[in-house]
Every structure is written in C-alpha cells, then in structure tokens.
Design a protein around this ligand. Structure first.
Ligand SMILES: O=P(O)(O)OC[C@H]1O[C@H](OP(=O)(O)OP(=O)(O)O)[C@H](O)[C@@H]1O
Ligand SMILES: O=c1[nH]c(=O)c2nc[nH]c2[nH]1
Length: 192
C-alpha cells in the first residue's frame, strides 16, 4: 500500500535490533485517517471472506483493529490480553507469546465467552516479525474451534521468518507494507 510505504519512508526510523520505529503514526501516536485507509485496503484484499469477528493482541493491534472493523460491517473486535486481571473472569484460552519489543514472554489470554466455535475471524496486527504473536493467536483460535479467515498485517519485516512460515502453513497473510531490508546506519528502508 503506497500510502503506508510513503509514510514509513517519511516518518520511520531504523533502530538497533532490527526494530523499525513508526511510533509517530502506527503504534504510539495513531493516524486514524491512515488506519481508515488500511481498513479499506484489507476490506478489498479480503473481500468475499466471511468475517464474524476481528481478533488482535494488546497493545498495538487494538487501535488499528477498531478502526478496521468499520470496513467489515462493524464486527466486534476482541483483543488478547497480556496480563491477568481480577477483571478477567470465567474460563479463558491461554497461550504464551514472546514479545519482540519487550523481550520477554507474556501469557496471552482471551475469555472463552468471546470466541464461539465455528466463528470466522480475521487476525489483525501492526507488525509481523518472527510470528510469535500470530502463532499465539492461532493457538487460541484452534483451541476455540474458530476459523482463521486471514491475517492482516500493517508492516511485515520480510527478512524475518514469521510471514514465510505462516504462508507455508496455508494462512492468507496480507501485509500492507513488506520490508525487504533496512539499514540503520544508512537510514535506508527497501520494500519487497
Ligand atoms: O511477529 P512477532 O515476532 O511476534 O512480532 C510482532 C509483534 O511484536 C509487537 O508486539 P510487542 O509485544 O512487541 O509490542 P506491543 O505491546 O506494542 O504490541 C507487535 O505489536 C506484534 O504483536
Ligand atoms: O514498533 C515495532 N517495530 C518493530 O520493528 C517491530 N517488530 C515487531 N514488533 C515491532 N514493533
């Protein structure tokens, strides 16, 4: 998606550890007009698919998913939580996910009330790197008996293995910007 690529080139910076910093518009300050255009693009890419619900993971997927849901008939957005809380009641699906930016493992938790067996879900997230977050959500979907219709990612770091593994496993992964390589010293970002 050219608009997202252009924005990455304009406002993104490359940090050590293969981290692309896009917090000015994607995952700290949020450009909701851009999110809205991303939603329109995913609606086009996933047209014809049944989407009963959008599933994402806290924190950065939430804002994007909520705007994107408006392009899928205002379906509910469920986000997996990364911490237990007294506000989380009843039976829960749980998986474990290693967080790329926090560099530690978190539980990911979804209340069983919010995923009905047989539902068709679209997974949405801001980044795809090694695929840990998506695999955690897929584990929960499998346990819940819901069907993963597709995976919408804003920025895929194509030089890391997550996207390749998910596509090889048969998932319909649609990333709006795929980074082929990036070089912090030269400040160069190349798209696939
Ligand atoms: O493909 P992966 O290797 O799993 O990397 C992608 C995940 O990493 C980030 O989450 P993170 O927990 O780092 O940050 P967040 O709390 O801002 O979502 C991002 O939001 C994705 O969920
Ligand atoms: O802001 C981010 N930049 C990244 O490079 C990244 N990789 C996974 N998750 C990420 N979040």
């Amino acid at each position: 998606m050219k608009e997202l690529e252009d924005r990455i080139l304009k406002d993104g910076t490359v940090k050590p550890g293969d981290v692309l910093k896009v917090d000015a518009f994607l995952n700290h300050q949020c450009d909701v007009t851009l999110f809205n255009h991303m939603g329109a693009e995913w609606a086009r890419l996933f047209s014809g698919k049944r989407v009963d619900k959008i599933l994402t993971i806290e924190a950065s997927g939430i804002g994007i998913a909520c705007i994107v849901a408006q392009h899928f008939g205002n379906v509910p957005v469920v986000f997996a939580k990364k911490t237990q809380s007294i506000n989380l009641d009843g039976d829960q699906y749980q998986a474990k996910v290693y967080s790329y930016t926090k560099q530690k493992e978190f539980p990911v938790i979804v209340s069983k009330r919010f995923l009905e067996p047989g539902e068709h879900v679209l997974l949405i997230d801001d980044f795809l790197a090694n695929g840990k977050a998506m695999h955690g959500l897929i584990d929960i979907c499998n346990e819940a008996g819901v069907i993963v219709e597709g995976i919408g990612i804003a920025v895929e770091k194509g030089f890391q293995r997550g996207g390749k593994e998910l596509r090889e496993a048969g998932y319909d992964v649609r990333s709006l910007a795929v980074i082929k390589d990036m070089d912090g010293d030269k400040g160069a970002i190349k798209f696939a």
